[in-house]
Write a protein that binds this ligand. Structure first.
Ligand code: ADP
Ligand code: MG
Length: 257
């Protein structure tokens, strides 16, 4: 059965989508069957996997509103080697429409449960908010991966997310746990980043992933080619780091309760 992970952080531009598509591609390269679910109306994970969001007839929106099934709505990211349940602007409307519906926070969970046997990993790219969409993601998942930049306010921003996860764990999804904090866009030459990194480790211990993703321009260039960096330039430092991270994830979930 698939292990389901949300890539979440309520801040924008922290590397959620980059982490989602590159971890997916890295996992695919080591033989894992992967589905990426794009829960952000911006559709960056969809485009960054080489799927044109404007041409999609069915998306995660249809699955959330139960007008299509996951097998009907998924697409194949051929070059990246994984499946994608895509998103586009239409998804922004789901936020309002879901509020009216029953089981509104558990729609995605039901759809993904049916797909469990088809995948080893399902990675959900969350929008930068703690909205109904993110709630659907967190209610579906076994764990959360939190990408973060080692900046001055990083720890402060984490508090809201950690509290939300605790509440969901207590009330809606007893499976949910933080799998780990992933340090991204890291530049070891910047003393402050090194200090925040040390603080993170002191505070969160082994909840901080060993792998560190460096700031690497190839990772930033890759989406404009419709490819994860891992596929776009496999020899780049960024790609190598995400491959290491994929291996670390496989190892870590082997020991997950
Ligand atoms: P989010 O999904 O959290 O909004 P993104 O993954 O879209 O964040 O990343 C924000 C921006 O930073 C994008 O332009 C992306 O290409 C760039 N970026 C992300 N990770 C890296 C990295 N390790 N090195 C360089 N640029 C990065
Ligand atoms: Mg994003």
């Amino acid at each position: 059965m698939a292990k389901i992970f949300c890539i979440a952080n309520q801040k924008g531009g922290v590397g959620k989508t980059t982490t989602t598509v590159n971890l997916a591609a890295g996992l695919a390269q080591i033989g894992q069957r992967v589905l990426v679910v794009d829960l952000d109306p911006q559709g960056n994970a969809t485009m960054g996997s080489g799927i044109d969001k404007r041409k999609l007839e069915l998306t995660v929106y249809d699955v959330l509103l139960e007008s299509a099934s996951l097998p009907e709505a998924k697409a194949r990211a051929e070059k990246a080697g994984y499946d994608v349940l895509g998103a586009n602007r239409e998804l922004a409307g789901a936020e309002v429409e879901l509020v009216e519906l029953e089981r509104r926070e558990a729609r995605l969970k039901a759809a993904l449960a049916a797909a469990g046997p088809d995948y080893d990993f399902i990675l959900i790219d969350c929008p930068p908010s703690l909205s109904m969409l993110t709630l659907n993601g967190l209610c579906s998942a076994h764990g959360v991966i939190v990408p973060m930049q080692c900046e001055y306010f990083a720890l402060e921003g984490l508090t809201d997310l950690v509290n939300t996860i605790k509440q969901i764990h207590a009330n809606l999804n007893p499976d949910l746990q933080i799998i780990g904090l992933l340090r991204v866009m890291f530049d070891p030459r910047i003393t402050l980043q090194q200090q925040v990194s040390d603080q993170l480790k002191a505070h969160f211990g082994d909840k901080v992933f060993d792998t560190v993703i460096p700031r690497n321009v190839r990772l930033a260039e890759a989406p404009s080619y419709g490819l994860p960096g891992v596929v776009f330039d496999p020899s780049s430092k960024g790609a190598q780091a995400f491959l290491d991270f994929a291996k670390e994830m496989v190892k870590r979930i082997g020991t997950m309760r």
